[in-house]
Design a binder for this molecule. Structure first.
Ligand code: NAP
Ligand code: GLV
Length: 309
């Protein structure tokens, strides 16, 4: 009975300490020191090497260290019949909302334009309109999109959101499904993408979608790299259809040094760093699922594999 920890982005010792406090008897093995693969019941993973999970003959459940599980679902060897749980963690949610607020405020307060003025030694007073006249549209009204909307509402922004199923959220004009996407986009000055990567959302941020936004709209992209058609973003910025973009996720990560986004004056990039899970908080959620597993109770946040998220 052991849990395998495998992540290139998370500190195994912090997680071992926090999980050990909550589940003192739990044996944790850190990849690649697996020992006998037959001992592993549970895997706690972020971007595990393809094939790793299939190589564990007694694996019974997979717990993700990330909210998005697209990379795991992309592994054709992923055991088909095991529950796969995504991470729903208050610290991950809070840091994402912080990131979204930071960059929405950047555009609302025209800090991107002030930065350009400074580079060009131009003293130009620019006064923002009230937040209530800046229309923020959030693609994806799940755990993260809903919290981002709540935080932005606290700053007075005018909010709308788009999801697959119809929602009702206080203070957010809710749109659903492909038929309502154009109406949502037509009234969005700052577009925030918080969609999971699925067959339907791959390439969704493309030339056609940008054309439906008001001219000069800004993009804050924190979903997944493959949702953005990168050349279409460059083209939309060159034509002034978009006025700026903040991008945290990329088709290829790490972003190659020769990639045009690095030096583009209207693109701010961060290295897939928009949000992160604090083990001192996230371990509560993971430990609860591990307890449920050992007690034979239903696991939380199980991914619907047919839906893809
Ligand atoms: P979630 O709770 O599963 O919410 C997903 C939302 O997207 C739901 O509202 C869902 O609609 C909507 N959606 C899915 N497919 C859609 C479609 N085809 N058309 C319209 N709406 C669609 O996920 P979450 O926890 O908020 O996370 C969202 C994503 O954020 C993750 O999957 C991941 O890719 C990304 N993420 C990025 C970072 C980062 O650091 N950059 C960190 C964490 C997560 P319904 O509500 O109708 O199902
Ligand atoms: C990070 O990208 C996550 O999905 O949690």
């Amino acid at each position: 009975m052991a849990l395998l920890f495998a992540s290139t982005a998370d500190d195994p010792e912090l997680w071992r300490r926090e999980l050990g406090r909550r589940l003192p008897g739990l044996e944790i093995r850190v990849h690649p020191e697996i020992g006998d693969p037959a001992d592993i019941d549970l895997a706690l993973v972020w971007l595990p090497p393809p094939g790793l999970l299939a190589s564990l003959p007694n694996l019974k459940a997979i717990l993700s260290l990330g909210a998005g599980v697209d990379a795991m679902l992309d592994d054709p060897t992923l055991p088909a019949d095991l529950p796969l749980c995504r991470l729903v963690d208050p610290s991950l949610t809070a840091t994402m909302s912080e990131y979204v607020l930071l960059h929405v405020l950047k555009y609302h307060r025209m800090q991107d334009l002030f930065a350009r003025d400074q580079r060009e030694r131009r003293w130009q007073l620019r006064l923002p309109a009230p937040a209530s006249s800046t229309r923020v549209g959030i693609l994806g009204l799940g755990v993260l999109g809903t919290d981002a909307a709540r935080v932005l509402a606290g700053h007075g922004f005018s909010l709308r959101g788009w999801s697959r199923s119809q929602k009702q959220l206080d203070g957010v004009a809710c749109f659903a499904g492909p038929a309502q996407l154009p109406a949502f986009l037509a009234q969005t000055d700052i577009l925030v993408c918080l969609l999971p990567l699925t067959a339907e959302t791959t390439g969704i941020l493309d030339r056609d979608l940008f054309a439906r936004l008001p001219k000069g709209a800004r993009l804050v992209h924190v979903g997944r790299g493959a949702q953005l058609v990168e050349e279409d973003l460059l083209d939309a910025l060159d034509r002034g259809q978009l006025g700026g973009a903040t991008v945290d996720v990329f088709v290829q990560e790490p972003l190659p040094p020769e990639h045009p986004f690095w030096a583009h004056p209207a693109i701010d990039i961060t290295p897939h760093a928009a949000s992160y899970s604090d083990p001192a908080v996230g371990a509560d959620v993971i430990a609860e699922n591990i307890r449920r597993f050992f007690d034979g109770r239903p696991l939380q946040h199980v991914v619907d594999r047919a839906r893809g998220y």
